[in-house]
Design a protein around this ligand. Structure first.
Ligand code: RP5
Length: 165
């Protein structure tokens, strides 16, 4: 079986981030975007992180989604090494509910961008959708799928709330 080379990488600092980051992976699967999923920790596997980021563009990756919690340095450090688009997902931490993750990711110095998403599941979903959106700029079939997804979403919103729930 020939599998397409990954266009998007979803990386996360720890196994414990999976329950959040799987929502980004689900979106990529739904849109049939070739992707890879890796644990890459800025603190526990710094050499793996450098190797990953240095090789990302050369391996044909186009977008990187990086999730981390607490002292969430992974997205910023990856963005420091590669100039591919990096979307950062702040994972909700036990101690500070992800406020620490959010602030660690969002406050990048000018010149080294990380597109920072919301804390937790909505952020992971939207990181997946943003990756799809970036790829759709040069893929009209993907653009049509994304438009259909958004249309279905709009059509799924009732005009009036149900009084039963
Ligand atoms: C970060 O530390 C990870 O991204 C994770 O969100 C957090 C806690 O990691 P574990 O102690 O659960 O492995 O590096």
């Amino acid at each position: 079986m020939i599998t397409a080379p990954p266009q998007v990488a979803v990386i996360m600092g720890s196994q414990s981030d999976w329950q959040t980051m799987r929502h980004a992976v689900d979106i990529l699967g739904e849109f049939a975007v070739p992707h890879e999923v890796r644990i890459v920790s800025a603190h526990r596997t710094p050499h793996r992180m450098v190797e990953f980021a240095e090789g990302a563009r050369g391996r044909g990756l186009k977008v990187i989604i990086a999730g981390a919690g607490g002292a969430a340095h992974l997205p910023g450090m990856v963005a420091a090494i590669t100039d591919l688009p990096v979307f950062g997902v702040p994972v909700e931490s036990a101690a500070l509910k992800g406020q620490d993750s959010l602030l660690s990711i969002v406050q990048m110095p000018g010149g080294v961008p990380v597109g920072t998403l919301a804390i937790g599941k909505p952020g992971a979903i939207n990181a997946g959708l943003l990756a799809v959106s970036v790829l759709s700029l040069s893929d009209s079939a993907l653009a049509a799928k994304l438009a259909a997804y958004r249309r279905r979403q709009t059509e799924g919103v009732a005009l009036e709330p149900s009084r039963d729930s």
